[in-house]
Design a protein. Sequence first.
Lengths: 155, 720
Amino acid sequence: MITFTLNGRLVETDAAPTTRLLDFIRDEYELIGTKEGCGEGECGACSVFVNNLLQNSCLIPIGAIDGSDIVTIEGIMETEQFKILDESYSVAGGVQCGYCIPGMVMASAALLSKNSHPSEAEIREGISGNLCRCTGYNMIVDAINLAAKKGDGLW
Amino acid sequence: MNLKDISTSVPRKDHKGKVSGQLAYISDEKVENMVYGVLYRSPISYGKIISIQLPNLPIGYEAVGAEHIPGPNYVKIIKEDQPIFANEWVNYIGEPILMLVGEDLDTLYSLLDGVKIEFEEHQAIYTLDEAIQQKSVSGVTMASYEFGESLATISAIEQGAHQIIKEVYDTGYQEHVYLEPQGMLAIYKDDEIVVQGSMQCLYYIKNALVNALACGDDEVRVVQSPTGGGFGGKEEFPSMMACHVAVAAKAVKKSVMLVFDRSEDMVVTTKRHPAKLKYRTALDKDGNILSMRVALFLDSGANEGLSSVVLQRALLNSAGVYKIPHFHAKGYVLKTNTVPNGAFRGFGAPQSFAGIESHISHLSKLANSDPLDYKRKYLVKQGDPTITKGKFRDSILMEEMIEDLLKKSEYKKKKGEFQTFNQQNHRYKKGFGTSLFLHGCGFTGSGERDHIKAKVKLVKTKDDQVMLKISNSDMGQGILTTLSKIVAKELDLPYEEVLYPYPDTKEVPDSGPTVASRTTMIVGRLLQRAAKKLKAQWQTGVEQEVMEDYAHREMIPWNEKTFTGDAYPAYSWGVNIVEVEVDTLTGNVKLEKVYANYEVGKVIDNRVMKGQIDGGLAQGLAYGYLEKMTSKQGRIQQKSITDYGPPTSMDVVSIQSKVFDNPYADGPYGAKGAGELTLIGGAPAVQAAIENALQTSFQQIPITPEVIIESLLMKEGEEG
C-alpha cells in the first residue's frame, strides 16, 4: 500500500509502485491538467509539486512518493496566486496552443514562491525546464513579471 | 463590438481552459469501449515483405493490416504513393505495416516485440546527394519545374561576365516539436465512424477517410480536438493516423485511440525537407549581378506527399525579395528511403531564403559593399515583375521598415563598436546580421479557386448569438479569437456573443485547410462578407444562417506548367536584424539582440500578432544555429527533444518588433497572412551575424558549434 496526499486528499493505493505518477493522477483521478509532452523529463508539461518542489511527474514512480504531498494544477486553481497568474498570462499573451501552459503555470508558481520579485534572467532560468514551442517564451516571461508585480505580497 | 481599431487586443477565447489545463486534448479523452493501437513499423529502409508472423494474441487483442482496408490502400493527398499499411514494399524505416489493438498499452508493446516479418532487402537511397546522382533513374525524381530566362541568353551573358560565382548551400531537417504529440481517436458507431484528434485540416482527413473506407459522405465525420501546436506538422500527417484508427475501428468494432510518445513522434512524422541549393551568378567587374541561375533539390523522403507543392513555393522564393536581371531556376523533388518530409511553417520558403540571403550577402563582399546596402540595390519595388512574370501590385514598405530598424538597432554605430570589440577580444566576437524576406499569402496560383473553393457559414441562434461554422483549426495561432473578432466587429455584436466551436465536418462546410497563411486573409475575408450579409438580413430572435463562397480576383493567370503568372494574390514582408556573440573557444552562439519589422496588411489582434512574431522568430532563429536533426542509413538520429535541441527560455532574448500598416484591399480590414512570415527571416539573419562576427562564410544551416569550430580550424590552417 502506497499512501500520499493528492491536492489535499489522502490517497491509498495498491497500484504497482512502478506506475508513473503522471499516469496515476491522469488515469485514476482524471486530473487532465497534467500533460505528457515527452515522457522523459525534458519538457515540463507534466510538472507537479512534490512536497512543494517542482517535479516532472513522468519521472516519478509512485513507489517513491509514499508519505509525500502532491499538488497538481487542479490543486492550486482556487488560490489567489493562481488567479493572479491566470490574469497575467491572459494580459501578457503567454498562452497559444496551451499544451505546455499548466506545467508552465506550475513552474511560475514555484519560482515566485521562492523568489517573489525575480529578474528577467531569474525568470528565464526558472522556466528553463519547461519547453514551449509557440511563444518563444518572451510573453510568458512578461506574464510572470506581471504576476510578480500584481501579486506583490502574495508569494 | 465597438473597437476603434481592429488591432486592439481582446482576451483569447480559449484562455481559461488552457491556463487551467482543463481543456481536453485528444489524449485527455476517454470513450466507452475504447482500445489502444500501436503500430508495427518497418525496421528496414527498402525491401519487399516476404512473410508476416504474428505472436499469439490474447483474447481482446487483434492485428489490423492492409487486408482490413475497405477501399484502396493509400492515404489520399496528391499522389497515391503512401500506403496506409505497407503490404508489399516498404520504403523507409518506420513505415507502418500493421497495427495491434487492445485494451492495455504495455501488453500491446510486448506483443509488438513478437511480430516477425521477413523482408527481402534492396539497396536504399539514404541521402539527398545519392538521390541527386541518381535523379535520372526511374522513380527518383518525383516532381520538377523549370522557368525563367532562357539558358542560351544566360550563357551569352556569362561569357561576357567579369566572373562567375558558384555556391552550393545545404539546409538540414527541421522538426516541429509541437508540445502535444500526434494523436487520433476513431469512435466506433454502427452507422458512422467519428475521427477526432489533433489536426490542421479536417477535410484533408475526411477525404482520405472516405477513400480508405470506401464509404459514403455521411458515414464518416471528423472533429478537431484542441490542438497543441501544429506548425505544418499536423497538416497532412494526421490523415495517415486517421486512416489507421478508422480502419482499425471498422475491423474490431471498437473505438481505437492512437497517441504517439515523443520518440515515435520524432522518428516517424514529417519534417522540413532537407535541401541543396546551387547558385551560379555572373558579375561585372564592380560586383553587380548580371544573371543568376538557381538549382534546388528537395529531399522528399519515401513518399511524395506535399513535396511538389513545397518545391513550388521554394522556387517561387528562389530570388528572395530581389529583382535579379536574367534569372533562371529549376528544382527537383527527389525520393530517398527515409521518413517522408512535409509541411512546416514556411513550406519551402525558409530553405530558399536561407540560401538566397546567404548568397547575396557573399556577393556583397565581392562588391566591397555592406550586405544591406547591396541587398537594397536589388530590392523589388511596387510594379516590378515577379520572377514568374507576375506583378508586385501593392505598395512595398521595405525601405521604410529597413530605415526604422537601422535606427532602432543603431546599426552604423554598433558596427563600429563591434569592430573595436572584436579587435580587442580574442575569445568572444560580436556580429550583426540582416535578412529581408517576404511570404506569398494563401495557396499558390489558382489553388484557392480550383482546388479549395472555400465556403463559410454563420449560424445565428434565437438568442442572437452567432456561431462560426468553418473547417479551420486553432492550433495555438489564435484564430478562435481573431476570426470571432472580425465577425463581432462586422456585426457590431459583443465579442462574447460570437462563438467558434471546435469544428466538426458534420456541422461545417469545407472552408479549406488551416495552412499557407491563408486563414485570416481568405477565410477571414469570407467571414467578413458573410457577416455583412447576415447584418443586412438580421432579424432579432430568429434563427438565421448565411453562407459565403470564395470569389477569385483574377490577376495574371497562374500556369503551373510554364510556371508563369501571379503566384500569389498578395505578399507580406519582413526585415530582421540580429546581434550575436560567438564564443570562439566553444563555438557557442549567444543571441544578444533581435529586431524585427513586418508588414502584414493590417494586424487583427496585436497580442496574437506578437505571439506569432516571437514564436515564429524563435523557431526561425533556431533553424539557423540550434536545431539539428540527421538521418544515418535511413534512421533518424535524434529521438528525444534534448538530442534535437529546440530553444529553451535561456536561448531566446526579448524581441523588439513593430508591424507596419499597409491595408490590403482583399483582406478583412486589410489583413494579409502572418503566421509563416515570422519564421522565414530568422535563420538567414543569424547566419549573417555569425559570419559577420567571425569574418567568414558558411554554406549551410544549422551553424552548430561543431560547424563553427571546424570553420575556425580551417581558417587558422589557411592563415598558417
